[in-house]
Write a protein that binds this ligand. Structure first.
Ligand code: WTA
Length: 643
């Protein structure tokens, strides 16, 4: 499955174009199937309908765990690095993983969870979060992981949208110096969630909690009594594996649905090819610290995001690799934490986000110098465009100019990496994601949807042919899936990203072209933030745009109309931030709030965000045509009051 030369990449790419079904069929054969698929692909992008490996029967956990046991039972699946440098790390072998996943799967079954039921996972980065995802997959339940930094209100919205039957959580979560009582957040969320029958609480921080009789159970009490074998549920390729909520350009976050077969094949294939790990080398005896000669992957994402799903939980396990699971934050106890962990465990493959790179660059080289970083072989980047400066800093100071950097472009909806270099195999270029993976057919279109041919061009990025791990639907609302992704340019999947193709055919993603912001690599819709701001009683109306931010990539700039009688704007701004924290969570907190008396609107009432974006960027010299505005003087006021 692993491509090892540039020539082979071109050959494989060609094969995938000429006969995609034979190409993916060949790759899928390497997994354990209880029943082979009868047809490889059925699709149309009109409904849309996409089915891969039709009638194939299997279980993804058998492929991610059991398949490895004969040769790798004692191999490390995860090394868990806790938030505190003084706390003990944990090593989870493939055998441990099997046993823990089976015990939890049996527990879920005993609580009445069946195939197809939705399970909400609201947990910090501890091994149990991964056990939880796999335990669901083991019994065919659908997991919906919600990032544990989201507020009670955001959590309840997600639980309600997919009618989850149970919530798996912890008493508290450590994040740097903070100790966050997350069970209390769950309690608050559940006040309005009628579908939830049980809450399983893993005791992690010993934060005091209240248990609701008949609903709440302590994880350790029940799971320890469960059997450590559990027959995997037989799943169809197109049965749902998980739902993951993500922000769109309009409305509430939507539940992106991924199915079992295509997701398994694609995440494993891309993990192996992009990162080029030799996952056969390592075999650590249980309980022993890792040795230098083996390879170790570390993706610093949280399991609450797609990167954590595909390249912490599923991809590395399907490939039988060893990986670090990190509970903490990059700046605790200081900005050298990442580098310290790399040296401690001799991480070979390191995958992080540009926002973290920029923050650590800003902290200064004194935090890098104490560490050798000589185990590193490959570096990765994900989540947002990586600016050239950050790329060079990463390359020079972390990779010591000897590690290829894979800039991996993809989305929650794509399930896995679509455009990226293959480490050490295909060329890299600073700030370019470079070439599509085999099987991926990108194209650039203009505003009208005409394909832009040739090189040295720029346009909106679409994909014209299905790949195995693509979004199947948005949970409970197929029409929304169609509208968001398949209607802007009929017959194409539209990514929402702008993109340049250089003279060599390399792709550079330039950022979102819709109303989705990318704040520290997190997707947040402007509409979501506006509706949270508008919930404040004193707010008449608001408009939110992204603006360039040195560390976060983009920051949130909010223009807010309040009644002229409102006197204390500073207190109001604080209250607005608190409101956003409460409704979404701290990640959506506005960086700048400008109080205005009006917003630039067209005569039909549409807010001209183009103008607001330019003002927020500080580019006020050429605001373009403002003559169609209902009240052009609003613009002057906004420019004068710019923060
Ligand atoms: C952006 C994260 C440039 C892009 C995996 C995309 C990137 C959105 C890159 C998806 C990259 C992700 N270069 N931009 N390497 N990776 N993006 O769903 O705008 O959280 O549409 O998935 O992040 O964010 P999501």
């Amino acid at each position: 499955m692993q491509i090892t030369s540039l020539e082979q990449y071109h050959n494989e790419y060609q094969k995938s174009l000429e006969n995609p079904e034979a190409f993916w069929g060949d790759i899928a054969k390497q997994f354990t199937w209880k029943q082979k698929w009868t047809k490889t692909l059925e699709w149309n992008f009109e409904e849309p309908k996409v089915k891969w490996f039709i009638d194939g029967k299997f279980n993804i956990t058998e492929n991610a765990i059991d398949r490895h046991l004969p040769a790798k039972a004692n191999k490390t699946a995860f090394i868990w690095e806790p938030n505190s440098v003084d706390a003990e790390h944990r090593i989870i072998t493939y055998q441990n993983l099997h046993d823990e996943v089976c015990k939890l799967a049996n527990t879920l079954k005993s609580l009445g969870i069946k195939k197809g039921d939705r399970v909400c996972i609201y947990m910090p980065m501890i091994p149990e979060a991964v056990f939880a995802m796999l335990a669901c997959a083991r019994i065919g339940a659908v997991h919906s992981v919600v990032f544990a930094g989201f507020s009670a209100s955001a959590l309840s919205g997600r639980i309600q949208d997919s009618d989850c039957k149970i919530v798996l959580t912890t008493d508290g979560a450590y994040r740097g110096v903070k100790d966050i009582p997350i069970k209390a957040v769950v309690d608050e969320a559940l006040e309005v969630c009628l579908s939830v029958k049980n809450v399983l609480v893993y005791k992690h921080t010993n934060t005091p909690i209240t248990l609701q009789d008949g609903r709440d159970l302590i994880w350790q009490d029940v799971v320890s009594k469960a059997a450590n074998t559990c027959e995997p549920e037989l799943m169809d390729s197109e049965d749902v594996l998980f739902i993951l909520y993500t922000s769109g350009s309009t409305g509430k976050p939507k539940g992106v649905v991924h199915t079992c077969g295509g997701y398994m094949v694609y995440t494993c294939y891309t993990f192996q090819n992009v990162f080029q790990m030799d996952s056969s080398v390592s075999s650590l005896p249980e309980g022993e610290m890792p040795k230098a000669e083996r390879e170790l992957f570390w993706c610093t994402a949280d399991v609450g995001w797609i990167t954590g799903h595909s390249y912490i939980a599923y991809g590395p396990l399907l490939a039988g690799a060893s990986a670090v699971l990190f509970e903490g934050v990059p700046t605790f106890p200081d900005a050298g934490r990442f580098w310290r962990v790399i040296d401690k465990y001799k991480v070979t493959h390191f995958y992080t986000a540009p926002t973290a790179i920029r923050a650590l660059e800003a902290a200064g080289l004194d935090f890098v110098k104490p560490y050798k970083l000589d185990s590193l072989k490959v570096l990765g980047s994900v989540g947002e465009p990586i600016n050239e400066e950050a790329w060079h800093w990463y390359n020079k100071n972390i990779g010591k100019e000897k590690c290829p950097i894979v800039d991996t472009w993809w989305q929650t909806e794509t399930g896995g990496i679509l455009i990226s270099a293959l480490a050490g195999v295909t060329p890299t270029k600073p700030s370019f994601a470079t070439l599509p993976m085999p099987g991926i057919q990108p194209l650039l279109v203009d505003e009208k949807g005409n394909e832009i041919l040739g090189n040295n061009v720029e346009g909106n990025l679409c994909i014209k042919f299905p790949w195995p791990s693509m979004i199947r639907t948005t949970y409970g609302d197929h029409d929304r899936c169609k509208k968001e992704y398949f209607s802007t340019y009929p017959g194409l999947y539209f990514t929402g990203d702008g993109c340049r193709r250089d003279e060599n055919g390399f792709y550079r993603i330039t950022g979102r072209v819709d109303d989705v912001m990318n704040i520290s690599g997190h997707r947040i819709g402007t509409a979501e933030v506006e509706s949270a701001i508008n919930a404040h009683a004193d707010v008449v109306e608001s408009a939110v745009v992204g603006y360039p931010h040195d560390i976060k990539g983009q920051g949130i700039y909010a223009y807010v109309i309040v009644p002229s009688t409102t006197k204390d704007h500073e207190t109001l701004k604080k209250e607005i931030i608190a409101e956003v924290n409460k409704i979404i969570g701290p990640i959506a907190k506005p960086d700048k709030i400008q109080i205005v008396s009006g917003l630039p609107k067209t005569r039909s009432g549409k807010i001209m965000r183009r103008i607001l974006r330019k003002v927020a960027e500080g580019d006020v010299s050429n605001l373009g045509d403002t003559s169609t505005l209902l009240d052009p003087t609003v613009v002057d006021e906004i420019v004068k009051g710019k923060l």
